[in-house]
Design a protein around this ligand. Structure first.
Ligand SMILES: [Zn+2]
Length: 241
């Protein structure tokens, strides 16, 4: 039996939780822009510092981390994102630990988002040539484990409650890279901005024009009239009534 989802409720506060600098722009750059244009306050949390995002050993790790923070802030600014929180976990070794769950619960209870956008935790590989980055899976898993049951249950992390951080339940969870998405956002009007935001991550692409060509192909779909449109797709979950 197919599950009927209610319409997307009013989304005033949105939290995007991703593994690396640049993941958010790939996953939901156009959606983030649409939400900010609709008046939502969109926040990013980037879990790792991106310190493996380079094959050039002449760049030092602190230099690389600084570059990636700068690039991520520039991309977020273009999309109207309010702020970016860098959690500073080591790139490549992200674990959905108890401590990370606590840190995420703190932010969720503090920001009280209606919607969280994260990475799908179960995608090991796609097709015959893409193995998903383990941090992407673990970022999704860490987020889900923070959302439920810890963020909404006062018995979890009583020290946070003592600080005045009351339990919080989100209304919506959207996961990108899901094998069977059930929610599509037409980002055609902001697709060029998504590209511009991705181009802010210049340190990540040996051939930035090749990246752009790939993105133009990867996100394109024909609508019923045969016109080219661009969509970001998610596995959407809805909570509460
Ligand atoms: Zn990534």
């Amino acid at each position: 039996m197919s599950e009927q989802l209610p319409p997307v409720p009013d989304l005033q506060t949105v939290l995007v939780i991703m593994a690396h600098p640049d993941d958010a722009e790939f996953c939901c750059g156009g959606t983030a822009k649409i939400l900010t244009e609709q008046g939502a306050a969109v926040h990013y949390i980037v879990l790792t510092n991106g310190d493996k995002g380079n094959h050039n050993l002449s760049v030092t790790v602190p230099e690389l981390v600084r570059t990636r923070i700068r690039e991520q802030r520039a991309a977020a600014r273009l999309l109207g994102v309010q702020d970016v929180i860098f959690m500073g976990e080591e790139d490549g070794f992200l674990q959905p630990s108890r401590e990370l769950r606590r840190r995420l619960v703190r932010h969720i209870r503090r920001m009280r988002p209606d919607l969280i956008i994260c990475q799908y935790p179960e995608m090991l590989f796609r097709g015959h040539s893409y193995i998903n980055h383990p941090d992407h899976r673990n970022a999704g898993l860490a987020t889900l484990e923070a959302v439920f049951p810890a963020a909404g249950n006062p018995m979890f992390f009583p020290d946070l409650l003592a600080e005045g951080l009351e339990p919080h339940n989100i209304k919506e969870l959207w996961m990108c890279m899901a094998p069977e998405p059930n929610h599509r956002v037409d980002i055609s009007q902001y697709f060029e901005l998504k590209i511009q935001a991705l181009r802010q991550h210049a340190s990540q692409f040996d051939d930035i024009d090749a990246m752009e060509r790939w993105v133009r192909e990867r996100w394109a779909e024909k609508d019923e009239q045969g016109e080219l449109r661009y969509f970001e797709s998610f596995k959407r979950m809805h909570f509460g009534s």
